[in-house]
Write a protein that binds this ligand. Sequence first.
Ligand code: AVJ
Ligand code: FE
Length: 448
Amino acid sequence: MDALDSRTDADAATRHALAARLDDARRETDRIFALVRAEALAQRPIPERHRLIFYLGHLEAFDWNLLCRDTLGRKPFEPAFDRLFAFGIDPTNGNLPQDTPSDWPAVDAVRRYGTRARRAVDEALATTPLDASAHEHLRGGWAFHIAIEHRLMHAETLAYLLHQLPYEAKTQGPLPTPAPPSPPRRMVEIPAGRARLGLDRRQDPWLGWDNEYDAHHIDVPAFAIESHDVTWNDYLAFIESGAYDDPAFWSAEDWAWKTRTERAQPLFVARYGEDWIYRGMFGEVPLGPSWPAYVSHAEAAAFVRWRGQALPTEAQLHRATYGSPDGRERAYPWGDGPPASRHGQFGFQSWDPAPVGSHPAGDSAFGVTDLLGNGWKWTSTLFAPFPGFVPLPFYPGYSADFFDERHYVMKGGSVRTDPSLLRRSFRNWFQPHYPYVYATFRAVEARS
Ligand code: AVJ
Ligand code: FE
């Protein structure tokens, strides 16, 4: 085989793998939009975010803008939509978007735009070189890979958006089955050791998002961490003790948020008389005592302060998840094999969480359970660049716009996180007063 043939074959393999992943990701986001009754696309289920119709256009505009318009220099066929749907919004204090449904184009026009954008992206993927001769951003399929992961992240953010859509505006779907009692609380001792955070730019230059670079070590002193996520049984004890309504356990900003929003309990639960219910994706059910408590960072922080404990730092959580008694780090808590459904509640299999401790096959080397899936885990670490951070050349604001000391790192993944985003270096982040994400937490204690 001559050099040209082998080059072409390697290219073709990359191309086919990317095309298959893009198809899967599109199927996932199409499936989410299919849950929404047509007229409800004009709704804004979360006041701080765009109306649903924005996301219908955004997923396609993002891919087209990045791959076809900006990288390959193709001529825009609908430049106004390219701009309208380019970027979402992050809530800034008290400034809620004020647009009305009539400010947006018709659904049919957005769908037509999406069809054209997809065709152009497919054509680009089928014909553009991805080897060493390719555009710098396309080598090894880099920008295609980023576009796919962007879509997969939105498959999750759309799920939590639609979680807040009134049930009448959605199709029907499964309800979680009743949960067993919450297991007893247990602390797991993690000896002092090194956490190796991030991705090595020389080894994996095109694998991750900008905030994952560069690799570095953090020495973590001994600590203890809860073996499982804080459950609703645990969290209700906090509420029923009165501490949820006691400013002594809240930071000043967190208390101001709680008061301003008149929060009497976390967003995902409600109280009818004596009964607690869970507001599931497709309906309300009695609250499962052993489901992980989905709460905001502020609510997690107040709970651990009440207990006299703390939230883990990013490095502590990393070490509990990937570290091992022999000092080696694993690719995943259970070892180096790829994620499978027995390892945890993730990967779009379910809409609501499983009882904690349902996936012992996914336990970490230290014996900590459910570290990947069933809810992102809040940390006490502000989202900030790793040493050696360089903004993504074709999306410089992806992370850098959020290095503002107003976002906290979450690790681990939720029920609606794609397995590819469970890699060790992946980082997620949200504001402490943003109660909508599928995020839970567990407490740590310092040792020695
Ligand atoms: C990484 C989940 C915080 O939803 O704001 C999607 C992902 N950025 N489009 C977000 C994202 C731009 C981002 N998170
Ligand atoms: Fe986006």
